[in-house]
Design a protein around this ligand. Structure first.
Ligand SMILES: [Zn+2]
Length: 263
C-alpha cells in the first residue's frame, strides 16, 4: 500500500461506517414504521424481553458479533437481518462514494438507497409499500434534481409521470387480462419515486428487469413452496433492486444491449 493511498482508505472506511450507522437507523424504521410507532423515541429495546439496548450493544455489525447474535439480558437470538441491513448500507455507501466522490449526488443517492432498503424489507414483512416513504420520496427526488450533477428537473419530472403513468397502464392491462390484481397502488407510487430520482430513462429498464427477475423468482417459489398455487410475493423488492442496479450499472447494461442490435 502506497502512503498516498492511506487518506483514500480512511475516507472509504469512514463512508462505510456512515452507511452502516444509517443501516442501524433503517432497522428501526423497518420495524417501527408499519406499526405506526415513533422512530425517534424510545431508544431501541430487545423485542423479546424489552431490555433497553445500551450504546455499546448498538454499534453496527460489531455488537452483533460481540453479543454472539443473542440479547445480553434474555439470551434470545437476534435476527441476522440487523447486521445484514447495516452491511448492505455500508457497502452501498462505499459504492456511491466511488461513483460520486465529493459530490452532492452522494448524499442524494444515499437517501434514495436508504429508502429502497426500507421499502424492500417492509414489503417483505408486511406486503405493503408505505406511502410515508414513497410519497415524500417523489417530492424529495424532484427537489434533489435541481442540485444534482447527474440529473436535471425535466428528466425527473418525466420520470415521475412515466413511472406513475406507464406503470398504472401496465397494472390496468394486467388486471384486465388476468382478472386479478397483480400490482398494487404502492408499486405505482414506488415507481414514480424511482423515476423522480433516476429520471425517465430508468423506467423501462426497471420495469423489464424487475418483471423478469420477479417472474423467475415467482415461478421457483411457486414450485418449491405452494404446490402449484400462485404464491403472493411482494413486488417492491424487485423494483427497488432493479432501481439500485440501474443506478450503478444501468448505462453500461443499456449500452451493451444496444450494441447487440447494431452490428
Ligand atoms: Zn432480550
Amino acid at each position: 500500500m502506497n502512503i498516498t493511498d492511506i487518506p483514500a482508505a480512511l475516507i472509504s472506511t469512514a463512508v462505510f461506517l456512515l452507511g452502516a450507522a444509517i443501516g442501524s437507523f433503517l432497522n428501526v424504521c423497518i420495524y417501527r414504521l408499519p406499526l405506526g410507532r415513533s422512530i425517534v423515541t424510545p431508544g431501541s429495546a430487545c423485542p423479546a424481553c424489552g431490555h433497553v439496548i445500551r450504546w455499546f450493544e448498538n454499534i453496527p455489525i460489531l455488537s452483533f458479533l460481540l453479543l454472539r447474535a443473542r440479547c445480553s439480558a434474555c439470551n434470545q437470538p437476534i435476527s441476522l437481518r440487523y447486521p445484514f441491513v447495516e452491511l448492505v448500507m455500508g457497502i452501498l455507501a462505499v459504492f456511491l462514494w466511488q461513483k460520486f466522490p465529493f459530490q452532492v449526488d452522494f448524499f442524494i443517492y444515499l437517501t434514495f438507497c436508504a429508502a429502497m432498503v426500507i421499502i424492500t424489507f417492509i414489503d417483505l414483512d408486511h406486503m405493503i409499500i408505505p406511502d410515508i416513504i414513497s410519497l415524500p420520496g417523489i417530492a424529495i427526488g424532484f427537489a434533489a434534481s435541481f442540485i444534482s450533477n447527474s440529473m436535471d428537473w425535466q428528466q425527473s419530472l418525466m420520470g415521475i409521470l412515466l413511472g406513475g403513468g406507464l406503470f398504472y397502464a401496465v397494472a390496468f392491462i394486467f388486471c384486465l387480462v388476468t382478472k386479478r390484481e397483480g400490482m398494487g397502488g404502492g408499486d405505482i407510487k414506488l415507481l414514480a419515486m424511482i423515476g423522480a430520482f433516476l429520471g425517465w430513462q430508468a423506467i423501462p429498464f426497471v420495469i423489464f428487469l424487475s418483471a423478469f427477475v420477479g417472474a423467475v423468482v415467482g415461478l421457483i417459489y411457486t414450485r418449491l413452496y405452494s404446490k402449484g398455487e400462485n404464491a403472493q410475493i411482494p413486488y417492491g423488492p424487485f423494483l427497488a433492486g432493479a432501481a439500485i442496479c440501474y443506478l450503478f450499472y444501468g448505462q453500461i447494461i443499456i449500452t451493451w444491449y444496444m450494441k447487440l442490435f447494431m452490428v
